[in-house]
Ligand binder design. Structure first.
Ligand code: HPA
Length: 273
């Protein structure tokens, strides 16, 4: 059996051989945001199913391909669709695409997701810059033998989201007149949504938004030494004392609406990198 590292290297070699440019920025597009990058120049598209060992998404709202081309004047590789722990994948499998991007040599990873708002000042359709996160999944992509060539056994987590990239995104949002909150993302396993009591708990421990993705990817990226920028599209706001059900249709529709602000924000931010 091939090791995980060998599988990553094989997948990265496969992808590298099919790209006409060397990407510098990785972009993960979350629920309802996968079509964000439709205007990429000279895009090469690779379905995940064609890439050796690559886990494929089972969620309908996620397209499932890599698109690589020039966007915002920069060589970008975008993951249109991601995989989640709740699909039954292990934390290590969820980290696989990030390892492949890291093996391609990208220094910067930009992650977007759809998230439920917990901060009462947030509204559906708002954007939140992720300042920090709380890992409540009970999982970690680094469990198992450490690959020393990739990173440290006990990676530092004092600053998982790059200060410089956060400052650039906030400044860009001001210049573009796009509302951008800054808050803490709590990552849960899902797929069931939170109870009212869990929502109250999450708010109490300091979370501003909650979602079912991102954390495994960020831990992997930090371990690999990448600079990370994370932005959540707030699709619903969960207030424990006035809690309303959120449907997946509503989440996707609101994420697409937030995407109309997220796209120019990402484009202008990437232009300045
Ligand atoms: N909870 C968890 N994940 C989510 C939510 C939510 O309310 N909305 C979008 N993703």
């Amino acid at each position: 059996m091939e090791s995980f590292k060998q599988q990553v290297e094989e997948a990265a070699a496969f992808v590298r051989a099919r790209l006409s440019i060397k990407p510098l920025i990785g972009l993960i597009l979350g629920t309802g945001l996968g079509d964000l990058v439709t205007d990429m120049e000279n895009a090469r598209q690779l379905p995940y199913s064609a890439i050796p060992h690559y886990p494929t998404s089972t969620v309908q709202s996620h397209a499932g391909r890599l698109a690589c081309g020039i966007w915002a004047g920069k060589p970008v590789i975008a993951m249109q669709g991601r995989i989640h722990l709740y699909e039954g994948y292990t934390a290590q499998q969820v980290s696989f695409p990030i390892r492949v991007l890291a093996a391609l040599g990208i220094p910067t990873l930009i992650i977007s997701n759809a998230a439920g708002g917990l901060n009462p000042h947030y509204s559906p359709g708002d954007l939140m810059l992720i300042a920090d996160h709380i890992n409540l999944t009970g999982q970690n992509p680094l469990i198992g033998p450490n690959v020393d060539q990739w990173g440290l056994r006990f990676p530092d987590m004092t600053q998982p989201y790059s200060r410089q990239l956060q400052a650039l995104a906030l400044e860009t949002a001001v210049n573009e007149r796009i509302k951008l909150h800054r808050g803490v993302y709590a990552g849960v396993l899902g797929p069931s949504l939170e109870t009212a009591a869990e929502t109250r708990f999450l708010r109490t421990i300091g979370a501003d938004a909650v979602g079912m993705s991102t954390i495994m990817e960020v831990i992997t990226a930090v371990h690999a030494g990448l600079d990370v920028l994370g932005i959540s599209a707030i699709t619903n706001v969960n207030l424990p004392d006035a809690y309303q059900p959120a449907t997946i249709e509503q989440v996707i529709a609101t994420a697409q609406q937030a995407g109309r602000d997220l796209m120019p924000l990402l484009e202008r931010t990437i232009e300045q990198l």
